[in-house]
Every structure is written in C-alpha cells, then in structure tokens.
Design a protein around this ligand. Structure first.
Ligand code: FE2
Ligand code: FE2
Length: 357
C-alpha cells in the first residue's frame, strides 16, 4: 500500500472518531477499540499518537471509571474486559499482529490500571492499612484475624450455595468464572519472582514446581484445571467472552500485582490470601461434586489444592510474609494487596450468589 493510500485509510478510521459515550455505550467503545489490539503497535501509534487524539482516547478510557463509580455495570464490565484483553497480549504468545509494544497502548493500560487500583483503594480504610503490628511475629496472626472477620471468609456462596444447592449447571458457571485466575497461576508466579532472591525466590520456585506437577507433565496444574473445563464442554469462546466484570477484575488484579516490581508487597499479600482461602473453598466444591456424583477425574484439581494450597499458604506466611513484615512500607503493601483480594473476592462471590439464586 502506498503512503497516500495508508494515510487515506488512517483518515477514514479517524473520521469514524473515538466513540463518545453520549452516542455509544461503554461496551460499544470497547468493541470498537479491541480490534486494534491485534493490529501492529506501529499502526496503533501512527493512528492515535498525536497528543490531541491520544488525549481523546485516554479521556474515553477514563470515562469508563467515571461511569463505573456512578454505578454503571456495563462500564465496569467494559473497563475490566479491555484490561483483560490487553493483559492477554502480555501473557500469551501472539498468533499474528499484536499491539503489545505500542506506546499509546501503554498509556491506555496505565489509565485502566490506575483507575482499577483507585477503585480498590476506595474500599480501604486507613486504620486497616496502617494497623498491621510492628512486631513481625504478630503480623501474620493479625492478618489472619483480619481475614477471619472478613465477609469473603466462609462466604455463603461456597458454604451454603455451592456446598448444598448448586446443580451441575451452576458448577459449570462457577468453573468458567474461576478460569480468570486458576488457568494461569503458573505464569503469575513466574512474573512475580522477577527480581526476588533468597527465601522469597525459593518459596516462589517451590510453588512454581508444584504448579509444574513436580516435573510430571500429567500433573501440571493448568492441565488438571483444563480437565474440569473439558468435562463441562466449556469452549474457548465462553472463556474469552463469558466472564463477569467481577471475575475479570479478580484476574486483572492478580496480573496487575504480579507484573509490577513496585507492587511486589501487594502481590505477596494478594497471593497469601488467594492460597489461604483455597482449601476451605475447594472443600465445598468437592462436597458438591460428591453430592452430585459427578465424575472423579475432573475434580482432581480441586481435591489436590485442598492439601497443596494449605501447604503453600503456611510456607508463604512463614518464609515471605513474616520476614517482609519487619518493613513498614512492605507491611502496608501486603495489607493493601490482601485487602484488594478479600474485598474483590467478596464482591465477586456476592455477585455469583445473586446470579445463581
Ligand atoms: Fe496450583
Ligand atoms: Fe498454591
């Protein structure tokens, strides 16, 4: 294509303009922008790179947060869906063009991330954030007490609904939503370990090796998770498009914590809660599985994690959380990450329960 022809195409695209929410819905905006993610970074930067156009684009992205804060569920979904599609560029090998390296896309990503963190921080109160005991011996028991008192702990979605009421169709829905985190836990650990050393790195490495089935390809956790996906006949399209805003947020927060070195303390707190809450939650799923007499091979992932994650959580608390708790900034970051996880999990489970009943 000649330079003139390229310029014409670009001009036509811009004539269509960046959708305004007065004329278009948040979902339409994201539907319009998402195809740019599988075009080249150069394409994206050439089209949106001028300061005024980029500013319009970032305004449109920022509007999702404004609408979400005003209670617009579609804007919340659009915001988290777009972030999840962008993260997919960073976590999956491309099959064609990708905007991964685009400068404009980085600005869009950062807008989404800052807005997402601000929304989580709005749920936190300063007394909890700064309340962690100074004595590192006391920090882990304090964090566990905080968790036990939280709505996310022993949530009725697991303890009442999944355990006693869920049908196979309900469990199918549950598995689709859970894929936001469970289907890529190994990569989250791989991201998280960058720049660590000593006991922290050893703990992540041990955790990672468990994810790899301790060297047995048939026991790799993501493979075991895929068995339950397959047992329900869940398609790739459902996994890509069937997640709720709350589920997308849980997955996005995990990636967000793990991909930035400056958020390492948040990642430590976030992962500690994720691991620590799993055994009790998965026990309820296993109970439902047995109650419904569903096929055993598909539930191996959950059965295995009841033991494995109890072990991971205790190692994580003893070898990573406790030593880091001596530092006030790390303590605050770990508490922040733990509360991000607990609060987002509680909202996710509230939503799942409301949808299910
Ligand atoms: Fe695992
Ligand atoms: Fe684990």
């Amino acid at each position: 294509m000649s330079a003139t022809a390229t310029a014409t195409v670009v001009t036509e695209e811009l004539t269509a303009g960046i959708p305004r929410f007065s004329d278009h819905s948040p979902r339409e905006f994201v539907g319009w922008f998402t195809p740019w993610l599988v075009r080249s970074a150069e394409d994206l930067d050439r089209t949106f790179g001028s300061p005024s156009i980029q500013a319009d684009l970032l305004d449109a992205v920022g509007s999702l947060a404004v609408l979400r804060a005003a209670g617009d569920g579609d804007a919340f979904f659009a915001q988290q869906y777009l972030l999840s599609r962008i993260y997919a560029l960073h976590l999956q090998l491309p099959t064609g063009d990708t905007a991964e390296g685009s400068v404009v896309l980085h600005a869009v990503t950062r807008r989404l991330e800052l807005d997402t963190m601000a929304a989580e921080d709005a749920w936190l109160d300063e007394s909890a954030l700064s309340g962690g005991p100074e004595d590192m011996e006391d920090y882990v028991p304090w964090l566990k007490d905080l968790t036990r008192a939280h709505r996310a702990f022993k949530h009725p979605y697991y303890h009442e609904f999944v355990r006693n009421e869920a049908t196979p169709a309900d469990l199918r829905t549950y598995v689709v939503q859970e894929s936001a985190v469970d289907s890529r836990f190994d990569d989250l650990l791989a991201l998280m370990q960058l720049g660590t050393s000593g006991a922290e790195k050893m703990e992540i490495a041990a955790n990672f090796w468990d994810e790899m089935g301790n060297g047995d390809p048939a026991q790799v956790h993501t493979l075991l998770f895929s068995r339950i996906i397959d047992s329900f006949g869940i398609t790739e399209a459902e996994l890509a498009g069937g997640l709720s805003a709350e589920a997308l947020l849980s997955g996005n927060l995990a990636v967000l914590c793990c991909r930035y070195r400056y958020l390492f303390p948040e990642a430590v707190g976030f992962l500690a809660m994720t691991e620590w809450l799993v055994p009790d939650r998965f026990s309820q799923v296993l109970h439902a599985w047995r109650r419904l007499e569903l096929p055993d091979p598909a539930i191996v992932y959950h059965e295995l994690h009841i033991g494995v994650d109890a072990h991971h959580a205790s190692g994580w608390f003893a070898n990573v959380v406790k030593p880091a708790a001596a530092d006030p900034a790390a303590r605050r970051g770990m508490t922040r990450g733990a509360l991000w996880r607990l609060n987002s999990s509680a909202r996710y489970l509230d939503h799942s329960l409301a949808q299910a009943r």
